[in-house]
Design a binder for this molecule. Structure first.
Ligand SMILES: [Zn+2]
Length: 709
């Protein structure tokens, strides 16, 4: 910085902490301590007030008057310890408080009334003069300060007495911290800019705006600390880590703040926290493997972290899970473990299974990649109930040790939502859920066949799933393992998603027998693309009903249902279904569906916008698809031609009958050759040229026949 003005404004704008009127500025070379750079500092204000006070005392003595009992002529406040009154004129007949005087001098509020005979507004003039003199003096001081080379000590003991001169602490300065309490921010700057020596009785506190960053050691200040690493300026990581290494273990007292994010695991072992510490969110990172060296020899559960709601351990930090000690009443809500390399978790691999206590986790467990390997080492409380379990593994190595374990040997407790991704799908059979577990959803996705290969070798129906009441969602190769899953006989699932965009995803299933995969009761079946091919393989509970929901299939390509063409008509038993909509090639599924005898269809909607969509179904006999009683029939596009194939109950009365068509084979049929029964007049919507081909009776709301054809 070239000129003094720039340098002074830099100092004034960049201090990050202060102690009394000493200011701490972080610069590239180190930590600069400068006195008096802020003009509005309370001590500066006090000095101005003292000058005004002295002037007032002289004036009162000279005029022989007193301010006893006087009040401010503007706000009517009397004088107190904090408020003193200043005479408005040399005669001291009236007074004004300093607040009101300041407003008048700065904002010209014109509230102070001066005697008529006086041109001179005494109070404001004096106030401005004193401020001006102080500011000039302060500027001279700053000028000297900036020009002055800093004192650079080799040793510096940080105490409540800070030298009143410009001081620069650098990488060469050993800063002793002993019998003192300092703010965590100041501590982190010292760690990254100087050589720190921690002696006895050091404690840290969190910052609060404008407060001193240094306190006597026996202070009761315990504002929680957030331990945020300083990321400004040029941060020297090796100096920072060396400093942390040199700190004696558990030597620094503090209260943990609520969110400890990305903090150094190494530092954590140096801290001691009281029982009252409530860190809700602890996220640990570990920079290098050698940092484990000093933590691994520590006893298990020796780093007390109090009550934690969210725990996030990444890479090497995963290895210290067993070292953390929680408050005895702790109930974690979220735990995330992520490790990308085997060496991140190697220390844990030698531990006994079920030796790391994690007890109960209420909301969510997320375990990724190599951290999945240590799953058997975790010990959950037998009453553990977790809302969501997410396991994801991208390499076979992540799960290999688990594959050798017995089925259901990794006890997790009750889990409402289970999500397994890629290789983690392979360990589904190894997970031991609580025997009364009822899942709300089960979601499995596998992008490669390798991800599920171990399961393909298993017997059909050998992986016990029990009940899933909400959603079963199988994606890509995970669909392949459907025959291996064993659902409870009374399973009732809301939606079954089969998400398949390659034929490969379902190929092994095409060889299993029709109706051999029991899925229980399913309200809504949502196959995607090729998954329609396996509809005939599913077996639903005989009392299955999709009431209220639409059974909706939309098939864009013939190959998505090619396997269905080969199954016999009426062989896919759905149970009861009130609302059915079949789009495009899915129209051809209609003859294959079979419903419960007591089924009453309400809505049937068929839609085909290409002639090809309906070609296969046109080969079935006329009036061969018995849809029984129906309330609303909608045929759109080429699907209108399917009308010939439908057999509608004789006494049926439809509320809506809707045809919207491009062209129709029907036109070549004899007049009155297609029976559609009784239809409510207002729900009858059929092109004029089609009407002659139909045999129908239109009725009014009350049932009177009004028109027959
Ligand atoms: Zn006042």
């Amino acid at each position: 910085m070239e000129n003094l003005q720039e340098q002074t404004s830099f100092l004034q704008n960049t201090f990050f902490a202060r102690y009394k009127n000493k200011y701490f500025v972080e610069i590239n070379d180190g930590l600069l301590i400068v006195p008096k750079i802020a003009y509005e500092h309370p001590e500066e204000v006090k000095a101005r007030e003292q000058s005004l006070f002295k002037l007032k005392q002289r004036l009162l003595e000279a005029s022989g008057r007193s301010d006893a009992g006087a009040v401010c002529m503007i706000c009517s406040e009397g004088s107190t310890e904090e408020v003193f009154l200043f005479p408005t004129s040399r005669e001291a007949n009236h007074f004004v408080c300093l607040d009101c005087l300041k407003k008048e001098a700065e904002g010209e509020t014109k509230m102070i009334l001066y005697p008529d005979d006086r041109e001179d507004p005494f109070a404001v003039t004096e106030y401005r003069r004193i401020c001006f003199e102080h500011r000039e003096e302060w500027k001279r001081f700053l000028k000297e300060l900036v020009a002055q080379p800093p004192h650079i000590p080799d040793e510096f003991s940080l105490t409540t007495t800070i030298p009143n001169k410009k001081t620069l602490l650098t990488e060469q300065t050993t800063v002793s911290l002993e019998n003192i309490a300092i703010s965590a921010t100041l501590f982190f700057v010292l760690l990254s800019k100087t050589k720190v020596r921690v002696g006895e009785n050091l404690s840290l506190f969190g910052e609060e705006d404008g407060e001193d960053c240094i306190e006597e050691h026996d202070t009761t200040r315990n504002t929680p600390v957030l331990l945020r690493k300083n990321k400004t300026n040029q941060f020297n990581p090796s100096l920072f880590l060396e400093n942390i290494s040199n700190i004696p273990s558990k030597s620094i007292a503090c209260t943990y703040g609520i969110h400890l994010v990305d903090i150094s695991t190494r530092l954590l072992s140096k801290l001691k926290t009281g029982e009252c510490g409530r860190c809700n969110y602890l996220s640990l990172e570990m920079e290098k493997e050698e940092h484990l060296e000093e933590i691994l020899p520590m006893e298990d559960r020796s780093i007390f972290v109090g009550e934690i709601i969210l725990l996030f351990l990444m890479n090497y930090a995963v290895s210290i899970l067993s070292k953390l000690a929680f408050h005895e009443d702790n109930e974690m809500a979220y735990m995330t473990l992520e490790a990308d390399r085997e060496d991140h978790i190697r220390p844990i691999l030698d531990m006994e299974n079920r030796s790391i206590f994690v007890e109960k986790i209420k909301e969510r467990i997320i375990i990724r990649n190599y951290a999945v390997t240590i799953l058997p080492k975790l010990r959950f409380h037998e009453d553990n109930e977790t809302y969501k379990l997410f396991l994801f593994a991208d390499q076979e190595n992540h799960i290999r040790p688990i594959l050798a374990m017995e089925d259901r040997s990794i006890f997790i407790g009750k889990i409402r939502k289970t999500i397994l991704g890629n290789y983690a799908v392979s360990i589904l059979s190894k997970l031991g859920f609580h025997e009364d577990n009822e899942m709300a959803s089960l979601s499995l996705f596998a992008r490669q066949e390798d991800h599920i290969r171990p399961i393909l070798a298993m017997e059909n129906r050998s992986i016990v799933i029990g009940k899933v009441e909400g959603i079963i969602r199988l994606e890509k190769y995970a669909v392949t393992i459907l025959p291996k899953l064993r659902f409870h006989e009374d399973n009732e699932t809301h939606v079954l998603f089969l998400l398949v965009d390659q034929e490969d995803h379902i190929r092994p299933i095409l060889d299993v027998e029709n109706r051999s995969i029991f899925v229980g009761k399913v309200k809504s079946i949502c196959p995607e693309k090729y998954a329609h091919n396996i509809l005939s393989k599913l077996r639903f509970h005989e009392d299955n009903e999709t009431k209220g929901l639409f059974l909706h299939f939309d098939v864009e390509k013939e190959e998505y249902i090619r396997a269905i063409f080969d199954v016999e008509d009426r062989s896919i038993f759905i149970g009861e279904a009130e609302n059915i909509s079949l789009y495009k090639y899915a129209v051809n599924i209609l003859p294959k569906l079979r419903f419960h005898e007591r089924n009453r269809m309400v809505n049937l909607e068929l839609f085909a916008d290409e002639e090809d969509h309906i070609k296969p179904i046109l080969n079935t006999g006329n009036r061969s698809i018995d849809i029984g009683g129906i309330k609303k029939l909608k045929l759109r596009g080429y699907a209108m031609n399917v009308l010939l194939k439908l057999k509608i109950g004789e006494d049926n009365e439809m509320e809506e009958f809707y045809i919207w068509s491009y062209m129709a084979n029907i036109l070549s049929m004899g007049d009155g050759s297609i029976e559609v029964g009784r239809i409510k007049r207002k729900g009858f919507d059929v092109p004029e040229e089609i009407k002659p081909k139909l045999k129908y009776i239109l009725v009014e709301e009350e049932g009177h026949e009004v028109e027959t054809s």
